[in-house]
Every structure is written in structure tokens, then in C-alpha cells.
Design a protein around this ligand. Structure first.
Ligand SMILES: NC(=O)CC[C@H](N)C(=O)O
Length: 331
């Protein structure tokens, strides 16, 4: 039985929150049975569909972890937030937005349809594959290592360690991703790719194969919640205007063609990936009563069993429950 609505008006202790989150994770874990792990990247099929884990980190350092938090997974589409951020920092926001729009598509992330419609001025947003591949082509550098280095540096600064690329996933995607290649060819024809196709795709596959944990996603989400400033060091890691754009895109386009429902029922900027990860970022709220994580928090979720839109099936339900109980919505 899920514990009911609490009166959060008493002092909020870590133990107390932990017991709630443990209870909720256990409750939603059975929902994993309703989903399926991604299979179009062959290695992703090896994931255990029963897993569900979450990490929540507050601005004050409160760190709640529950469920299967020790299994690393590849970041996949969540990387699109950070390639977009780095491209904006390297090339300037207006340069990037001249080449990708900020409109949701209502289509699947790997849809080609809009590229074929000649009315299109530019890819709809940086979180669909067409937009993300375009953004990756804008990154400075002559090799995939050079292009990815600023992303790795950003991660290293926030996470306190340098994450690795999962070679098996990278090779598996590189060898099977005919659709991303097709998108790449369309982008060449339309004049959007600024670096060679092979280099761009190779960089894109590698960025998607960076291995992370729910704690890593929570730390990244916390910096976004805190307007780009690292709460521990007070250093501005990402400029405010770039973070604002990234979060607006997460809210409108982050959960594929379920983004509208997620905004309506959960109400926090979030981004998911096909490996089953979700990053969410809850900004500070202004309320009289005391609520958990009132100063904002970052959340990382892992649950590889996906729903029919490609989002972690149990992860979404867990996030919805937590956001409702703790009133995390930005609206
Ligand atoms: N939605 C995703 O996470 C997709 C990322 C995956 N690497 C792809 O390009 O197909």
C-alpha cells in the first residue's frame, strides 16, 4: 500500500523521506511488468526489465536513493540536453537557434516525416534525432574526441569524475542505426550538417553511449534546477539564458510525444532516454508550508522497461506520484 498524503508541516528528516520513497519505489516496481526494454539497439535488450531506481538530490545536499541505483546505464537521448547546452556555449544561442527550432513535434523522436516536408525551415527541436544530430554537427572539433571533450568536462565538473563511453552500446548502435543514417543523409541534402556525416554520427553515437547512474542524473538535474550554478561551489557552470532554454525544451519536448501529458500531470522539466533513464529538474517553489526539497532538486530515474512512447513505464508513474505528493510542479 502506498503511504498516503503526509502533512509535511513537521520537520523533514532524511529518514522520513527515505521511508516514503522506499515505499513508493516498491509499489511502482510492479509496473515494470507492463513495459518492454528497447530492442532496436541490440545491446540494450540485455537490460533487466524489472529494475527501478531513483536518486533525488536537494540544493542543501540531501540525497535520497532507493531501489536499483547501482546499475549504470547509457545516457542516450538525455545527452541531447548537454550537447545543446555546449553548442550554445560554443557557438552562441542565436547561431544554434538559426539551425534548430524550439517547437515540439508530437512525433516519435526518430521520425523522418518532417524532414521530407519541404515547408520545413529547420529541424523542429534539438531533442528529436534530426535536431540532435544537427546540434552535434555544430560542436567544435575535428574528431569525435574533440567534439565531445567540452561535454565530458562539463560532466566531470558536476559529477566529480569523468564518465566513460560504454563501448558495447556504442558499437551496437553504430552498426545498426540505419534510421539515424537516413536522417543524416536528409540533413546533408537540406544543408544542415556542419561537419562530415561519419564524424557527426560517430560523435552522436558516442554521446548517447556515455554511461551514468541515477545519482549522476540527479546531480546534473540539480545544476539545471539551480539555474546553472553548482550549489556546492557557487560556480556558474552553465549560463542562465542557456539553462532557461534547455529547461523550456525539456518541458515541451523532453518526453517525446508524451511531453504534453508529462507537463500536465507531473509538471517538471524532464528528459528521457531509450535505455530507461529520466533526468528531472524541480526548481525552488514559493509556498508558505514546508514541503520537501523546497529549494529545488535534481532527480535521476532508471527503469529500462519502456511504455509505448519510449519512456520508462514505472519511472514516469513514480515521478508523477512524487511530484504530486511533494507539489514539485512548476505550475
Ligand atoms: N530516445 C533515445 O534515447 C534515442 C537515442 C538513440 N541513441 C538513438 O539515436 O536512436
Amino acid at each position: 500500500m502506498v503511504q498516503g498524503t503526509a502533512n509535511w508541516n513537521t520537520e523533514i528528516t532524511k529518514e522520513w523521506l527515505q521511508s516514503y520513497v522506499d515505499d513508493w519505489v516498491q509499489f511502482y516496481k510492479k509496473e515494470t511488468k507492463e513495459g518492454k526494454v528497447a530492442s532496436y539497439i541490440p545491446v540494450l535488450k540485455k537490460a533487466d526489465p524489472n529494475l527501478l531506481g531513483i536518486t533525488i538530490i536537494g540544493k542543501d545536499g540531501m540525497n535520497i536513493q532507493s531501489g536499483d541505483v547501482d546499475t549504470p546505464f547509457t545516457i542516450q537521448s538525455i545527452s541531447k540536453i548537454f550537447s545543446f547546452i555546449v553548442a550554445c556555449m560554443e557557438r552562441g544561442v542565436s547561431y544554434v537557434l538559426d539551425r534548430v527550432d524550439v517547437e515540439p513535434t508530437g512525433e516519435a523522436f526518430n521520425s523522418i516525416m518532417h524532414l521530407e516536408m519541404r515547408k520545413l525551415k529547420k529541424p523542429f527541436n534539438p531533442f528529436i534525432n534530426a535536431g540532435a544530430i544537427t546540434v552535434t554537427s555544430l560542436l567544435n572539433g575535428k574528431s569525435s574526441e574533440e567534439k565531445l571533450e567540452p561535454i565530458f568536462q562539463l560532466f566531470t565538473k558536476i559529477l566529480g569524475y569523468r564518465p566513460c563511453i560504454n563501448e558495447d552500446v556504442y558499437v551496437s548502435e553504430r552498426e545498426t542505426s540505419v534510421r539515424n543514417r537516413a536522417i543524416g543523409y536528409y540533413l546533408i541534402e537540406l544543408g544542415y550538417l556542419e561537419s562530415a556525416l561519419e564524424l557527426t554520427l560517430d560523435t552522436y553515437f558516442k554521446q548517447c553511449s556515455i554511461e551514468v547512474t541515477t545519482e549522476d542524473l540527479a546531480k546534473l538535474g540539480l545544476v539545471l534546477a539551480n539555474d546553472g550554478i553548482d550549489p556546492q561551489t557557487a560556480e556558474e557552470i552553465i549560463p542562465r539564458n542557456v539553462v532557461r532554454l534547455a529547461k523550456a525544451l525539456m518541458l515541451t519536448c523532453g518526453m517525446y510525444d508524451a511531453s504534453g501529458k508529462f507537463a500536465a500531470y507531473v509538471g517538471i522539466p524532464a528528459k528521457s532516454g531509450v535505455s530507461g533513464g529520466i533526468i528531472a529538474t524541480a526548481p525552488p517553489r514559493v509556498r508558505k508550508e514546508t514541503l520537501p526539497f523546497i529549494e529545488g532538486c535534481g532527480i535521476g530515474v532508471y527503469g529500462p522497461a519502456l511504455d509505448d512512447k519510449g519512456n520508462s513505464i514505472a519511472g514516469i508513474k513514480l515521478l508523477k506520484h512524487i511530484a504530486t505528493k511533494w507539489d514539485l510542479s512548476v505550475f
